[in-house]
Ligand binder design. Structure first.
Ligand code: HDE
Length: 677
């Protein structure tokens, strides 16, 4: 728990509900002081337990009911509080105060999640990530419920239960957990080609982020912005992380699921506690209504993105996450997001996926949070009080004073009263609609491959290799040869060469037909073109007693000013002594640390007398090297580089000059990974 408080409007609001038990007398839920909490009331020391023990009954009953259903998707999540600051007044496009008032900081609550796994699954599974933000605006709550992938599996929400069933564990055996590497999912993929584009993203590095702090967020659906004059625009929302968009390597993600299944949670929590507040800029792509049909894809199709090179992303503000939650259940678990929570100036389009979402979120929350009053839970309450004639239901907390609970009325002067749009009442955009009631999809939704190919074309060579490796892993786990073959044949439509290599890797016939004539690419999609920063990167400093004190101290001090986070790893936990009285504190040893937990490694000393230590260090370095991480060595530490022939490889740094070494090392860490090593 953190002592830091934002002291913004939402925080003051939450303060009313906070309770600190520390230092207090223990009581029952009825407030009666308790004299004994470890022994049940029995008739005699070896006799029967008595029903009248109200404390036992209450304690056990409450415990028995502690669990609520997990989210049907996005069950595993982690959240933080923060603020949003608008850079520029966007009144030309929308009247929403959150996008027009640059003078206010708006409190936000953000929950990141994996989609597939259950609540207890591991953080680094291959999956899309949720990125849901609740803005507590002065006009009411606005939720931007986004993912870290800009497109989705399906075009029409009626297929959502099918795609989710297919990727969840198979029902007869309940495996695999948090993984799409199984027959059901790939059978769905092969037989529902509209998901080709999304599957390319899922097989890419985007599905194994390095950190929640290094992921983009995308609203996916096409929304509508409406200005004061009633003019409307189509819009897509983007979050751009200030640290850039970076990923793990698949082998690292797999190992992390065991070494630290909470890797992303720890990373976010620790960054916020250190004061390295995660920052994301909000961008909007905006289209005039008359440009609706200007593109070679349908702008209402959620399996398509709007290439940034064609529709620029306008950066309009910044979100900073500044505070961890006090209580995971009360806040992270009970928060309820809904793409339908909008404020005046933000509206919906006929995107058929979006329309289905508008029904689903509240519907699932009614059962997950047990009735219609979950908007009253502290984390979900808007900062402005709500007034209406809705009453009662499970867990109602508001005590509505007065007799009138209907509209229209005379007894309360016909209040609470609706507010005209000119005075801030929400009015839906008056879109003209006509057509027959029909179960059909527009032909403009039928091209499933062009953008999947564009995505492939936009990837660098290492990214392409990762995609092929991921397909080979996932399809290699599929038992049905027919399903494997169907997928290879399907993805031949995206890129024939790619499909051929995958076919070879998974032992099915290489496709002979297919291929794509699409040559378009979107450089913004490659993670090699993202922002680079060494800030907050974790460095494993492997060190033993007798190190060059002043040298190492100078290196570490310089790194800290650059925002790196060194962690000392030694033979034993506790103090490590260097020359000139320099002492470092080893918080890890080779039993607790593992190379996959770090972005880079610094070797300070040569081999130790402890052979087990040496063996583990050699393995540590080998893995870090294979995972393309920066390696550095000074003094005797260089022996390791020479021994393993790492010297003179890219991203391997060594120098006799402390400041030169520190500088070169930071520059190498800034590259994230040395893909072309
Ligand atoms: Fe969701 N989604 N979704 N989704 N979604 C849920 O709501 C749904 C979609 C997203 O941290 C559920 O309260 C349908 C796209 C996030 O609490 C559920 C469709 C995007 C979260 C639901 C979609 C998302 C959810 C499950 C297709 C990216 C977690 C629990 C029509 C823009 C929010 C819940 C949190 C959660 C339905 C597609 C993002 C079942 C029907 C596209 C980040 O209502």
């Amino acid at each position: 728990m953190t002592d830091k408080r934002n002291n913004d409007e939402k925080d003051q609001h939450l303060e009313i509900f906070r309770v600190t038990d520390k230092g207090k007398d223990m009581t029952t839920n009825q407030g009666v002081k308790i004299s004994e909490d470890e022994l049940s009331l029995t008739a005699g020391v070896r006799g029967p337990t008595l029903m009248e023990d109200f404390h036992f009954r209450e304690k056990m009953t409450h415990f028995d009911h502690e669990r609520i259903p997990e989210r049907v998707v996005h069950a595993r999540g982690f959240a933080a509080h923060g603020e949003f600051q608008l850079y520029e007044n966007m009144e030309r496009y929308t009247k929403a105060k959150i996008f027009t008032d640059t003078s206010r900081k708006v409190p936000v609550f953000v929950r990141f999640s994996t989609v597939n796994g259950s609540r207890g699954s591991a953080d680094t599974a291959r999956d899309a990530r949720g990125f849901a933000t609740k803005f507590y605006t002065e006009e009411g709550n606005y939720d931007l419920v986004a993912n870290n992938i800009p497109v989705f599996f399906i075009q029409d929400g009626i297929k959502f239960p099918d795609v989710v069933h297919s990727f969840k564990p198979e029902p007869h055996i309940d495996t695999p957990q948090a993984s799409t590497a199984h027959d059901n999912f790939w059978d769905f993929v092969a037989n529902n080609p509209e998901n080709a584009h999304m599957v390319m993203w899922i097989m890419s590095d985007r599905a194994i982020p390095r950190s929640f702090r290094m992921m983009e967020g995308f609203g996916v659906n096409t929304f509508r912005l409406v200005n004061q004059q009633g003019e409307a625009f189509f819009a897509k929302f983007h979050w751009k992380p200030k640290l850039g968009t970076h990923s793990l390597i698949w082998e690292e993600s797999q190992k992390l699921m065991g070494v630290d299944p909470d890797f992303h949670r720890h990373d976010l929590w620790e960054a916020i506690e250190r004061g390295d507040y995660p920052e994301y800029e909000l961008g909007i792509q905006i289209l005039n209504e008359e440009d609706e049909f200007k593109f070679d894809f349908d702008i209402l199709d959620a399996t398509k993105l709007w290439p940034e090179e064609e529709v620029p992303v306008k950066i309009i503000g910044k979100m900073t996450l500044t505070r961890n939650v006090d209580n995971f259940f009360a806040e992270t678990e009970q928060v309820a997001f809904h793409p339908g929570n909008v404020v005046p100036g933000i509206d919906f389009t006929n995107d058929p996926l979006l329309q289905a979402r508008l029904f689903s979120y509240i519907d699932t929350q009614l059962i997950r949070l047990g009735g219609p009053n979950f908007h009253e839970l502290p984390i979900n309450r808007p900062i402005r009080q709500f007034y209406n004639n809705q009453r009662d239901g499970y867990g109602r907390q508001t005590i509505n004073v007065g007799r009138v609970n209907f509209h229209r009325n005379s007894l309360a002067g016909n209040t609470p009263s609706p507010v005209p749009p000119e005075e801030g009442g929400y009015a839906h955009y008056e879109e003209k609609v006509e057509g027959r009631k029909i179960r059909a999809r527009s032909t403009s939704f039928t091209d499933h491959f062009s953008q999947a190919t564009m995505f492939w074309n936009s990837m660098s060579d290492p990214e392409k290799k990762h995609i092929i490796d991921a397909f080979s892993f996932e399809l290699g786990k599929v038992k049905s040869i027919s399903v494997r073959q169907q997928n290879v044949d399907l993805f031949a439509n995206v890129n024939l060469e790619m499909a051929r290599i995958i076919a070879k890797n998974i032992g099915v016939k290489e496709p002979v037909s297919g291929g794509s004539t699409v040559t378009k690419s979107s450089p913004a999609l490659s993670q090699l073109n993202t922002v680079k920063s060494a800030r907050t990167r974790k460095v494993a400093v492997i060190i033993t007693n007798g190190f060059n004190g002043p040298f190492v101290k100078a290196v570490l001090d310089s790194w800290r000013t650059e925002g790196l986070v060194p962690e000392i790893i030694s033979e034993d936990l506790g103090p490590v002594h260097g020359t000139n009285g320099v002492i470092l504190n080893a918080t890890q040893n080779v039993y607790t640390a593992d190379s996959v937990l770090y972005d880079a490694v610094y070797m300070v000393r040569g081999s130790s007398k402890d052979m087990e230590f040496n063996r583990k260090v050699a393995h540590f370095l080998d893995e870090a090297f294979r995972h393309k991480k920066t390696l550095g060595a000074t003094g005797e530490g260089r022996q390791w580089l020479e021994l393993n022939q790492y010297t003179n490889k890219s991203g391997v740094i060594s120098s006799d000059n402390a400041s030169e070494f520190a500088k070169q090392f930071v520059e190498a860490v800034r590259q994230h990974r040395h893909w072309y090593r």
